[in-house]
Design a protein around this ligand. Structure first.
Ligand code: ADP
Ligand code: MG
Length: 484
């Protein structure tokens, strides 16, 4: 009846280790099977490290479980080896956790905090020196010491860094999904507790004032972490859904623009010729009347006609620019330079606003510098016009997955939800007659489209507007053409 014995003799603590390990292994598997290859989310780049932590830590718990069940039946030699592996696996798991937390924080900060990379090495050095000073030996007592020290260093720091990363990241994804954001936040908070239970409290002991074995608390935290993170993995499905929606919108937009473009070219040509004619004749009339006219009013009226004709031809010219499929001159360029030169060009208009630039090193892109400058001029003009009493404009560049991203935000009046879907439409304007043609953003859209990029806009009334332009980098273009 040995089978029956096996089950009736299992102490409850074994079940605890079983579920503790299972929770983390399940976390690892859930991440590993998730298809995140095309994701642009910051979390995507570091998630494999969390899976590594899940697998390694789950394995660690199951090794402990094996020792509990079989410890008294195996030889000291085997015990020695299993303990050695257990220590190795626990150190490895916390190392993964630390790396995950650091990678997440760095990606949230657009890889600016390069010094964070050094933390694991410093902790590792500290770990080795400490152990060396306390008598480096190959025995079980020493393994215990190494385990405790690994928990106090990698475990504690890794857990806290991960908690900080997850909580910070949860704020970033609020707009994408509130429920994912909440789950990431809860996972972060649970990691704080976990790092205390696993990093500060030694195994086989209890917390002061809390007469529960610390293993139980670790186990509960592990199950909660796995639940929250697995729920938060939904973010990748939400991202894909949003991408598809946007693509459909973009398709509809480009079709609309294409047909409007044809119409616009026709109209612009038809209008431009008579307007030039009117302009010329106005000049002649004015010159003739100038000398032998006494009624000033007539001259003023003529000038008013001339102004209006000028305005009409400006619109016609913009229309042509919008619709013209002029061959672009694509050359490798640094987007940061295009932005800087645009700012120089617009300096006279930017007196009342404060420009905040955060230009990171980005790879080169293929583009037409003149046209791209036009794009940034139009976007910045809109921002300035949205802030009649001055304000702030934030310009940042970054790059990930072969995409260069330019974000231009302002603290202007914002755009209502109803208008947001129309701003790329030609002639859509909320500005007074004479102030806006409504072509600025549709020209931007067309130019960026020609560069195989995307233009997006988001806005909150009363708070401000953000226009995001994404362009493929040269590397990305080359990679795509190789794989074709
Ligand atoms: P125009 O500037 O001639 O009106 P655009 O195509 O440049 O045409 O912009 C269309 C409309 O989008 C504007 O009239 C305005 O209502 C809105 N808009 C664009 N950018 C901004 C911005 N940064 N802040 C507020 N509203 C904006
Ligand atoms: Mg405009």
């Amino acid at each position: 009846m040995s089978e029956l014995n096996l089950f009736t003799n299992i102490p409850p603590v074994c079940l605890l280790y079983f579920f503790y390990g299972l929770a983390f292994l399940f976390l690892g598997v859930s991440i590993a099977v998730k298809d995140i290859s095309g994701s642009e989310l910051k979390l995507a780049g570091s998630l494999y490290l969390l899976a590594g932590f899940g697998f390694a830590h789950g394995a660690h718990e199951w090794l402990e479980l094996y020792m509990l069940l079989q410890g008294q039946y195996i030889s000291p030699r085997e015990i020695f080896f299993i303990k050695l592996i257990t220590v190795f696996v626990v150190v490895l798991s916390f190392f993964f956790l630390l790396q995950f937390g650091l990678a997440l924080i760095r990606s949230i900060d657009n890889n600016r905090m390069k010094w964070l990379k050094g933390i694991p090495a410093i902790l590792f050095l500290f770990w080795i020196i400490y152990l060396w000073n306390h008598g480096f030996s190959m025995d079980i007592q020493f393994f215990k010491k190494a385990d405790i020290l690994a928990r106090n260093t990698f475990g504690l720091v890794g857990g806290l860094v991960t908690a900080y990363g997850l909580v910070t990241y949860s704020h970033e994804v609020k707009n994408l999904s509130l429920s994912v954001s909440k789950n990431l936040f809860y996972a972060g908070i649970t990691f704080v507790f976990y790092s205390i239970f696993a990093g500060m409290v030694p195994s086989h002991s209890m917390l002061p004032y809390l007469p529960i074995p610390v293993e139980v608390l670790r186990g509960i935290s592990a199950v909660l972490i796995a639940c929250f993170i697995i729920k938060a993995l939904n973010i990748f499905d939400i991202e894909t859904r949003k991408k598809i929606e946007q693509q459909l919108k973009r398709l509809a937009q480009s079709e609309k623009l294409a047909s409007l473009g044809q119409l616009a070219t026709g109209i612009a040509h038809e209008i431009n010729n008579p307007l030039t004619n009117v302009s010329l004749n106005m000049q002649i009339l004015k010159n003739r009347l100038k000398n032998n006219i006494t009624d000033k009013d007539i001259l003023q009226k003529l000038e008013a006609v001339e102004r209006n004709v000028d305005r009409a031809s400006t619109i016609a010219k913009e229309l042509l620019q919008f619709s013209r499929q002029r061959e672009s001159e694509f050359i490798p360029l640094d987007i940061n330079n295009v932005i800087t030169s645009t700012l120089t060009l617009l300096r006279y208009k930017l007196n009342d606003v404060t420009i905040h630039q955060k230009l990171s090193d980005v790879p080169a892109a293929m583009g037409d510098p003149g046209k791209l400058q036009q794009v940034f001029i139009n976007i910045l003009n809109n921002s300035v016009e949205a802030m009649p009493d001055g304000g702030n404009i934030f310009i940042s560049t970054s790059h990930s997955n072969g995409q260069i991203k330019v974000e231009i935000s302002d603290t202007g009046v914002g755009i209502s939800e109803e208008n947001l879907s129309k701003v790329f439409d030609p002639f859509f304007t909320t500005k007074e007659v004479g102030a806006g043609t409504g072509l600025g953003l549709s020209i931007c859209y067309g130019i960026i489209n020609q560069h195989s990029g995307t233009t997006e806009i988001s806005s909150t009334v009363g708070k401000g507007t953000t226009v995001t332009v994404k362009l493929p980098s040269i590397e990305k273009n080359e990679k795509d053409s190789h794989s074709r």
